[in-house]
Design a protein around this ligand. Structure first.
Ligand SMILES: NC(=O)C[C@H](N)C(=O)O
Length: 310
């Protein structure tokens, strides 16, 4: 594992395209400067090339994702497998740098995401020793404990690549509805490339495509498997009747869990209904959160205006 560089958090300017959907507004809630700018991951697996030249190339490609994570750049290489990470620190900024590992470092993982139930999952993994306070470290330990079938235990938004160095196998997965971006490609040498953005792999792959949301890619199984299978998924007509109170409760729950942060945060207001509702729910619930103990109960809000030229 090797740090490439480290610098303190930079201030970002909010971009209007951050305001389109409810999900984006929700993400914007926990840290407006972080909206749509979560970490960047790039993994190159089984490229039959462990030379310094290949390492330099992967680092170069990973740097194309630097705008996604200004706080840290990391890379772990095992033979001809490379896992790199550009970090935007949200949980445990001091020691949650990636890639992350299990106890004996036989399992390596690079993650873009937030795992909202990481504390509950840690409690279930009492025989495991954690190296960091990162919400994403549970992924390495869950794999160690349960093998490939743990993805539906995660409550969060995520894309990750996990390398099991014991047998050189790997898995990659993307969250239920694809909040975090992910692409997969194949090189002519038989290598598999996985990246948060197309620019991380398009120049080096013979073929590439969108990594489907709610799916797991397993090198052992040799393909994709849908991991997100809620009972309603195949329903053509929803069987649950419209219930505004249930909707309100679900919306509030969704906002509250996204207040998980170790860094200052604010709300990006679009002027529309979605972000106003997110702000209203946040104001009501902020006082009871860990974030408030650290950053205070005053909610900061931001909006974007365009100067009109006559
Ligand atoms: N931001 C991320 O995507 C990774 C992790 N949740 C962190 O706080 O570092």
């Amino acid at each position: 594992w090797q740090p490439i560089n480290r610098r303190s958090c930079a201030t970002h300017t909010a971009h209007p395209s951050s305001f389109r959907s409810t999900e984006r507004d929700l993400l914007a809630t926990y840290c407006c400067r972080r909206s749509r700018k979560m970490c960047g991951i790039l993994a190159v697996l089984g490229c039959a090339d462990d030379t310094q030249g290949k390492r330099v190339r992967v680092l170069e490609l990973s740097r194309r994702l630097k705008h996604r994570g200004p706080d840290w750049s990391g890379m772990h290489q095992v033979g001809d497998c490379y896992l790199s990470h550009q970090r935007l620190a949200i949980i445990d900024p001091a020691s949650g740098d990636q890639p992350l590992y299990n106890e004996d470092k036989s399992i390596v993982v690079t993650v873009n995401g937030e795992i909202y139930n990481h504390e509950q999952l840690r409690a279930q993994l009492s025989s495991h020793t954690f190296r960091t306070g990162s919400d994403c470290e549970v992924i390495a330990h869950l794999y160690e404990e349960h093998g490939e079938n743990f993805i539906d235990m995660l409550d969060g938004v995520f894309s990750f690549v996990l390398l099991d160095t014991r047998d050189n196998s790997f898995i990659a997965a993307r969250d239920a509805i694809g909040v975090t971006p992910l692409y997969i490609g194949w090189g002519i040498d038989g290598s598999v490339w996985i990246s948060s953005e197309v620019k991380g792999l398009n120049d080096d792959c013979e073929h590439f495509e969108i990594f489907p949301p709610g799916h797991l890619y397993s090198s052992k199984q040799g393909g994709f498997k849908r991991w997100y299978n809620p009972p309603w998924f195949s329903e053509v007509i929803p069987s649950v009747p419209y219930d505004p109170l249930a909707l309100r409760k679900a919306f509030e729950k969704a906002v509250i869990k996204r207040l998980m942060t170790d860094v200052p945060f604010g709300v990006l207001l679009s002027g529309g209904l979605d972000s106003s509702l997110v702000a209203a729910v946040t104001v009501r619930h902020l006082a009871g959160t860990k974030a408030a103990k650290r950053w205070g109960t005053k909610l900061h809000s931001f909006c974007v205006g365009l100067e009109v030229w006559n």
